[in-house]
Ligand binder design. Structure first.
Ligand SMILES: [Zn+2]
Ligand SMILES: [Zn+2]
Length: 466
């Protein structure tokens, strides 16, 4: 099939310009000056709209086992919701928990995702137990499986936690094989002390989840990860779900020093707060229990995170999509905040929520596209197949209507959740049409895709390594 997308403004990291985009089969064939494309082909009118690369959400957790339950979106429901929101690639986290074999964890994730995804997908690997076997497995996954990034945890002792020696060994191995180390940077040992003390005082409400994970312990862990990576000959390091000003300052200082250090933030840290959401009356705040936690609105976090996105100290916006229903799932933590499953669902809303930053004057159009698509593609070895409107790239294309409106609600979203973290939010902009490898899967709010059409994407090394 050949299709010419006409009349739109194509946005990429180098700018925005009127252009017509020719799609042949699954690929982008050519970019034409307006009106100069072939005349004898089917057309899609994008007049007055933006034509952008399909979003890449580099941090999702479909069906993640956590806290005695599972994240409520399957690869089927979660990738379909992603498609509705203009995201055409996800990178999910396959999991090795402490005591498990890395390859078994990977096989389990392929079994969950295979034949079920509506959009293309790739995997990072969580290493929950760094030892000789898992270090060897890292090399194999980079060489043979297209998995070139590994997440370690400085939090969750007994589940995913690695001590500093384990982290250093994994970083040294990554320095040798070219992989990226992704870090959950919170001091989990200290946090667990604060959690026990809070519960002993009878402080059981959801807000204490945030109060027992203070910003200082994110900044400390971020600093420690950066220093350990320096000792590992500047191993490439990517801080996930960065939420706080002082953690950002650590990343900015490392980057100013020319270090191989990168970071992402998530929409929840740009829009939601400790007081307004996590501190909601009664048990309501459980909807917003996630780690790292939402931060105080009385401090400068949100302003600083938006600035970090502009300056590239924050390179990527991912969702950390890890949905749990309020009923029966979040409710596991009634009377004990430490038992509330950690996670917020948002895979459907990232492109819109970041576009609101453009409308609000906090982000340029180019930075919008860079942080949601182009940089994640480059960061995680999918570029130029994904993340850009260019000849030869996959025809993953979103036609975005800046004059449309999006209202976020549990009544209208497609994620498998019984509530929305962004209930009632109004966005000045709207996903109009979504194309995945040349196939229109969403148009005018209707769904045309199907489970199983999404392909596994083996990834190369990061484009940003030095
Ligand atoms: Zn994490
Ligand atoms: Zn996560």
């Amino acid at each position: 099939m050949t299709l010419l997308i006409t009349g739109g403004t194509v946005i990429g990291p180098t700018g925005a310009a009127p252009a017509d985009v020719l799609v042949e089969g699954e690929k982008i064939a050519a970019i034409h000056t307006p009106g100069a494309g072939p005349a004898d082909t089917e057309t899609m009118d994008a007049t007055g709209k933006y034509v952008i690369p399909g979003g890449i959400d580099a941090h999702t957790h479909m069906e993640l086992p956590f806290g005695g339950t599972f994240a409520s979106d399957t690869f089927d429901t979660g990738t379909r919701a992603a498609a509705f929101g203009g995201t055409t690639t996800i990178i999910d986290f396959a999991v090795q928990r402490t005591g498990e074999v890395v390859r078994d964890g990977l096989a389990a994730w392929h079994a969950k995702a295979g034949g079920n995804c509506h959009v293309d997908y790739a995997f990072h690997m969580i290493l929950g137990g760094v030892d000789d076997d898992s270090l060897k497995a890292m090399d194999q996954l980079v060489a043979d499986e297209g998995i070139t990034s590994f997440k370690l945890f400085m939090a969750y002792p007994g589940v995913f936690y690695s001590d500093d020696g384990q982290i250093l060994r994994a970083m040294q191995r990554a320095r040798d094989n070219g992989a990226m180390i992704m870090m959950h940077a919170e001091n989990g040992i200290a946090i667990d002390v604060l959690v026990r003390q809070a519960l002993a005082r009878g402080e059981t409400d959801p807000i204490h989840h945030g109060l027992t994970r203070p910003e200082a312990l994110e900044a400390e862990a971020t600093h420690r990860a950066i220093m350990l990576a320096e000792v590992a000959q500047d191993c490439p390091l990517y801080i996930v779900h960065l939420s706080a000003s002082r953690a950002l300052a650590q990343v900015a200082a490392a980057r100013d020093a020319g270090r191989n250090v990168f970071a992402e933030t998530c929409p929840q840290y740009l829009y939601l707060t400790l007081e307004d959401q996590l501190g909601a009356p009664g048990f309501e705040g459980a909807k917003w229990v996630c780690s790292t936690p939402l931060r105080s609105k009385h401090e400068s976090h949100q302003r600083d995170l938006w600035q970090g996105l502009r300056t590239n100290d924050l390179a990527v916006v991912s969702t950390d999509h890890c949905p749990f229903c309020f009923k029966d799932q979040k409710e596991l933590g009634v009377g004990d905040f430490s038992r509330i499953p950690n996670g917020i669902g948002g895979v459907e809303h990232r492109v819109d929520l970041l576009y609101q930053g453009v409308v609000d004057g906090k982000l340029s159009l180019q930075r919008w596209v860079e942080t949601i698509a182009t940089t994640p593609a480059r960061m995680f070895g999918l570029y130029p197949r994904k993340g850009v409107i260019a000849p030869g790239s996959d025809a993953d294309i979103v036609v975005y209507d800046p004059s449309g409106r999006t209202r976020i609600s549990v009544e209208t979203h497609h994620m498998n959740m019984d509530h929305s973290a962004y209930e009632g939010y109004e966005i000045a902009g709207k996903v109009d049409t979504v194309m995945s490898r040349g196939e229109v899967i969403v148009s005018g709010g209707a769904y045309h895709g199907r489970a199983g059409r999404g392909k596994y994407l083996p990834r190369g090394l990061s484009s940003y390594l030095v």
